[in-house]
Ligand binder design. Sequence first.
Ligand code: SF4
Ligand code: SF4
Length: 469
Amino acid sequence: MKETPIQFVEYSEAIQPRSVKGRFRNLKSYVLVLGYAVFFLLPWLRWERAIGSDQAIIFDLASLRFYIFDFIVHPQDIYWLSILLFLAAVFLFFITTLAGRVFCGYFCFQTLWTDAYRWIEHTIQGDRIKRIRLNKQSWNTEKIIKKSLTHFFWIFLSFLTGLSFVLYWGDAFELTARFFTGTAPAAAYITTLILTASTYLAAGFARDAICRHVCPYSRFQSAMFDENTLIVSYDYIRGEAKEGRAKPIKALKTQEARKEEGVGDCVDCGLCVQVCPMGIDIRDGLQIDCIHCALCIDACNNIMDARGWERGLIKYTSENNLHGKKNQYINVRSVGYGIASLISIGLLYISITSSALLNVSVSQTRQPLFVSLSDGKVQNSYNFSFINKTRKPAKLEVSLEGLEGAEISLGRIENIVVKADKSLRLFVKVIRHPNESNVQRNMPFRFKVTPVEGDLKKSVLIDSQFITH
Ligand code: SF4
Ligand code: SF4
């Protein structure tokens, strides 16, 4: 796999890909529209809930809850995120092993935003040749207007991107109103500003340089490729034959004539290079910079169609297929990454479905460890923390198991009621008269927390100890 030396890209020398029509271009456009619809519209979608925000997806920092439709993530569940990240990584490896860098070519934010920026550029300034000419010409009214309009819409899209991201962290309607009346939190303005600037720079200027020099994935993806991986490839044998590629001059217009002369089917039109957003020539073989967007396939297929020749001079294929061998999709790598993905999905599913709806934690007061009362009894104190993850208030009872003759005091509190989707802290005293049968210094016992009203069903047992002297 070839590696491109580091280059510092100047805007005037930036790659100016030609637009192309074809099924892969269509597929990329569908993904882009869908991705943008989801990202920009989701914060505005409302969702009926008995408690909490009515926004379908909101990372509510004030209440420390992440609402994702009917799914609520509490701070105690944050380890799900690590499982999710691991799943995302191994699933990406799995896909890469099977189909190369399809994530880069179709789904990566950098690709989606660069595509949208290029669409704006193309709409205002025209296709490749017109843009190159505009860049080269001296500044005049036409150039000033076209460039200004392009940058205006780029900045507008960057701002929308930054603001939309911020809207996931608060009520979208309220936050937008506050944002434009200058009363939103400072963090909202700073985050929007940083994202506006970084999107503008990454999608408007850095573009392919991000994929080449910043993204770590492009560096290690080659380790996941093997001869079975589907990659965008040029059929060298068909394209070059014995005598190499050749322009379709008069004597080389038909495939038969070319065969006789020993030249391949590549007519050296250069379209596959002109449409490439990475500015590479796929005919030079697999290259580390190729993001497998398949636009060169569309370009070449159009040429083949125009000549009435078979498509597929550039195509998704594997090294095995190119050399006439059978592909083995089921191999050690794909099976390994597949199993790791399934295990992560299983772990995530089990940890979500078995997640307790009532969290109780107890810590014993250490200062002092115990108090001797005037009537000879000994008192230990405990700090309780309850979290009720259900949508109804929960009435709870606390009792003792394995601590004979002891009693519980909740002070002035008569009933323990934890509001729906809320937490409660409580100070609990346990009082006991030490006698000959229980002079042991540390008496292990268990608190039993029993739901008596609400949606909770299961009791919770917590190990603790009673210290006598
Ligand atoms: S070589 Fe083809 S698949 Fe690779 S980045 Fe360029 S256009 Fe996309
Ligand atoms: S588009 Fe096809 S025919 Fe044209 S140069 Fe590329 S490989 Fe050759």
